[in-house]
Design a protein around this ligand. Structure first.
Ligand SMILES: *[C@@H]1O[C@H](CO)[C@@H](O)[C@H](O)[C@H]1NC(C)=O
Ligand SMILES: *[C@@H]1O[C@H](CO)[C@@H](O)[C@H](O)[C@H]1NC(C)=O
Ligand SMILES: *[C@@H]1O[C@H](CO)[C@@H](O)[C@H](O)[C@H]1NC(C)=O
Length: 817
């Protein structure tokens, strides 16, 4: 608009000039026109108007010549009346007067009076190059994007010069510029302006600001110019990719690194500025697994651990990281994370095979188990050593690779240890080492390798005679440490004979408990001891057994009363001892001989006179049984002396027998019959009654016997009958007492046999008597046979087929004085 306005004004100025020219021409003669440069000094003479008008100088002053201007206050010029010249009275600035108008003139009228005369004076003001081209500002700021291409144009501000025409701006000039050229153009109004033309592309990263100076030059002489500094700020363009500091980042990370551990920091720089240079990071290619483990800080580029990193799962991760600037330009780098092993896996022990249970007879060196050891770690961390505890009969032998075989090193004994807990410890060679252990339970299975063993080496049982059948005698125990049936003990008696009779007739044993029972009552007087072998057998296959000797000692009971051997109680006649009349005090008169089938105290006899004709005359030795005169026999003493003697054993309670001894004090045998009569008479009545009783008994017995025979005959036809239940045959006949002495070891003493003899008036203290007794048995058709197996001390009696053996030992050791 401003320019438009200027143009319009100029146009009017031109019209006015043309008009004034016409006027000047029209006025014709007398009009003056001068051309002067502007800025003349005051007082400078423009022209000699007096002369130019043809007037006298004096006439001017006389005619009061003066200049009239058309209304303007400023006159600029004056007429020097003295010199008749036109002079400058004020400074004339063309630019002030006419601005940009090319034609500039001042118009005056010279007025002369008397006569009035008018002369037009026109002053053409010519431009002088008195103005310098000027830019509006000292500095011009330009912003050019570095991405601007060659040839791009950037308009520059126009300079201004108040002068006109040639003195106006004629040209522009650019200084020290590598990048730009200048193009100068003319305005429609004749002005000039310029444009920068990019010749070499800009690079902000190289040069952020380019300074050039633009000069505007006018065409005056001398030339004038004005300069403006142009600051070209190179605007950034996103022309740079972010650049990583390394193309590949290789880092090592220990496994199990805690969450938050910084693995690596990638960094990329972008030379661009601002948002274009702001780099953000992200994973451009990452496996799902790695994505669960690592994260990247988008701003700092720190890669951190967020999950459990396990070397055993994966040894290496390769990630791609992308750095992107604000405008989306991106570049990639590779991050290789190598996971280093940490000894975090304890060895694992696997039992691959197990022979359980182990029989106890396994030979040493037998393999009983195979173990495999594994460790997931690597290198040293996976080197594993295996061991088992010591002091057990096992060892671990390394086998192929990670296999070990467990072998026995010694015989096992289930009876000592039934179970082995073998703890295998595996330790790796990491730092610190890790170890684990596993316990294998082995049981040792039984083999029947132990025979039953009796608790005692031998057993002795003491049984009092006349015991009840079934009473327990003793108990044997054998132990077998084996298992179950291999250790179950059964007891039995080893078949043998005692006195020719199977031992089972005497004893029985409870197979389970080992309790030995008597089958029948024992008679000390029959035998005093016997031995039996008990076998203990286990239930194994094959069974093992052992035996033990049980010695049964029968102890005496006072069950036999003393038996008088002399004087014979049931002898055919009363025995009468003759006592010499001259017998002195202390002389042996007679002797009572008694025996007791019992033994020991039960057989220790004592003699006592319980009744006598003349109590003071005879005494009897308490233990010897010797009857002696207590005083010298005198004539006055009665010829017939009767003594009743009691023989008593020392048992508890004691048993006793009495007998009568008849003594005849006489030197003459003729007196004896008288004595006999006396004695017969004395006992006649008694004898008669005995006879009657005997007769009645015999006949009763006979009748009963007949009846019994008959009934047995009938009964046997229907059903055989046994006297006792059980296999033991009991002899029906009366058995005589047997005299046997058993010493401590149970062996029999050597035997002494004596002939029977009688002494009368003998003074020897030893009075020995022996007699084959029980003639009735021997004579009853039984055969008497010497047993072959004993030291001729055993005689076997065979009675109705049943064998019955007794020791017939006649040993009378009579107490001696
Ligand atoms: C073996 O282990 C079992 C159970 O753990 C235990 O009852 C037994 O006493 C152990 N035996 C030995 C010999 O240590
Ligand atoms: C007993 O020993 C035999 C070998 O002598 C063996 O085979 C058996 O298994 C054992 N019995 C038990 C119950 O252990
Ligand atoms: C009894 O044991 C002994 C040794 O202990 C042995 O010599 C003998 O043969 C055994 N007798 C029987 C019948 O088993």
């Amino acid at each position: 608009m401003a320019r438009m306005g200027m143009k319009i004004i100029s146009f009017f100025d031109v019209l006015r000039c043309l008009a004034s020219l016409l006027f000047f021409v029209g006025t014709g003669l007398g009009d003056l026109s001068y051309s002067i440069p502007e800025e003349l000094n005051v007082g400078s003479v423009i022209a000699d108007i007096a002369k130019d008008l043809g007037l006298d100088v004096h006439g001017l002053s006389h005619r009061k010549a003066r200049l009239d201007s058309d209304g303007s206050s400023k006159r600029f010029c004056d007429v020097d009346l003295q010199a008749g010249s036109l002079t400058i009275s004020e400074r004339i600035d063309r630019e002030e007067l006419c601005g940009a108008k090319t034609a500039c003139s001042l118009k005056y009228e010279l007025v002369l009076e008397s006569p009035l005369e008018l002369h037009a004076i026109t002053l053409q003001i010519e431009d002088v190059n008195d103005n310098t081209p000027k830019f509006l500002n000292d500095k011009v700021k330009l912003e050019i994007r570095e991405s601007a291409i060659k040839g791009a144009r950037f308009p520059l501000p126009e300079a201004h010069d108040s002068d006109v025409g040639r003195n106006g701006i004629q040209n522009y000039k650019l200084d020290n510029s590598d990048h730009f050229a200048l193009a100068v153009h003319s305005n429609s109004d004749g002005g000039k302006y310029s444009e920068l033309i990019l010749e070499n592309e800009l690079d902000r990263e190289n040069e952020e600001e380019v300074r050039v100076s633009l000069s505007a030059i006018d065409g005056g002489t001398p030339q004038r110019s004005g300069t403006v500094e142009i600051h070209v700020t190179v605007m950034d363009a996103n022309d740079n990719l972010p650049v990583f500091s390394q193309p590949v980042y290789e880092v090592s990370l220990a496994e199990n690194a805690p969450s938050g551990t910084v693995v690596a920091t990638v960094s990329a720089t972008d030379a661009d500025e601002g948002a274009y240079g702001e780099v953000t990071y992200e994973f451009s290619r990452i496996s799902d697994k790695a994505a669960r483990l690592f994260t990247i800080d988008s701003l700092s580029g720190e890669i951190k651990v967020i999950g459990p990193v396990d070397y055993e799962e994966k040894h290496e991760y390769e990630l791609r990281v992308q750095a992107k600037d604000g405008a989306g330009l991106a570049s990639n780098a590779k991050v290789i994370i190598e996971i280093s092993d940490v000894n975090d896996n304890a060895p694992l022990i696997f039992v691959k095979s197990l022979n359980n249970p182990i029989p106890e007879d396994t030979t040493p060196g037998t393999e009983v188990g195979i173990i495999n050891v594994q460790d997931k770690d690597s290198e040293g961390n996976r080197q594993v050593r295996c061991s088992i505890q010591e002091n057990i009969p096992f060892k671990l032998n390394p086998s192929v690779k990670n296999y070990y075989s467990l072998v026995t090193t010694a015989e096992l004994d289930r009876e000592q240890l039934t179970q082995y807990n073998i703890t295998i410890t595996a330790t790796d060679e990491g730092n610190p080492p890790l170890s684990s252990s596993k316990t294998m339970y082995f049981s040792v299975s039984d083999v029947n390798d132990n025979a039953p063993v009796f608790v005692e080496q031998s057993y002795s049982a003491y049984v009092t005679e006349n015991n009840k059948p079934g009473s327990s005698v003793c108990s044997v125990t054998a132990r077998d440490p084996d298992w179950r049936q291999n250790g179950t003990v059964f007891y039995s008696l080893l078949p043998s004979e005692v006195n020719g009779v199977p031992v089972s007739s005497y004893l029985s044993i409870n197979g389970d408990t080992g309790m030995i029972h008597a089958v029948r009552p024992f008679d000390y007087e029959q035998f005093r001891s016997f031995k039996v072998q008990v076998v203990a057998r286990d239930n194994g296959s094959p069974p093992l057994s052992s035996n033990v000797t049980v010695s049964v000692f029968i102890t005496d009971e006072n069950d036999n009363s003393p038996q008088i051997l002399y004087p014979t109680p049931e002898g055919n006649s009363f025995m009468t001892e003759m006592v010499p009349k001259a017998a002195l005090s202390g002389s042996l008169v007679s002797k009572v001989i008694a025996v007791d089938a019992d033994s020991g105290q039960n057989a220790w006899l004592s003699y006592q006179i319980v009744k006598s004709t003349d109590p003071g005359l005879f005494t009897i030795g308490l233990h010897s049984g010797e009857i002696r005169a207590q005083r010298d026999i005198s004539e006055s003493d009665s010829m017939k002396q009767n003594l009743v003697i009691s023989v008593k054993d020392n048992g508890q309670p004691s048993l006793s027998t009495t007998c009568a001894v008849y003594l005849l004090i006489s030197d003459n045998f003729a007196e004896v019959p008288e004595l006999k009569d006396m004695s017969y008479e004395e006992n006649n009545s008694k004898l008669t009654s005995y006879l009657i009783i005997a007769l009645v008994s015999v006949s009763t017995f006979f009748l009963t016997f007949i009846v019994l025979i008959m009934s047995v005959r009938f009964c046997c036809k229907t059903k055989p009958r046994l006297l006792f239940d059980g296999a033991v045959a009991i002899p029906s006949a009366y058995l005589p007492p047997h005299y046997a002495e058993v010493d401590g070891t149970g062996t029999l003493r050597s035997t002494y046999n004596y002939d029977a003899y009688m002494t009368t008036g003998s003074r020897t203290s030893d009075f020995k008597f022996v007699r084959a007794y029980n003639d009735n048995i021997l004579s009853a058709g039984n055969t008497l046979k010497k047993s072959s197996h004993d030291n001729s001390d055993c005689i076997n009696f065979f009675d109705n087929g049943s064998k019955y053996s007794t020791l017939v030992r006649e040993t009378f050791l009579l107490p001696s004085q």
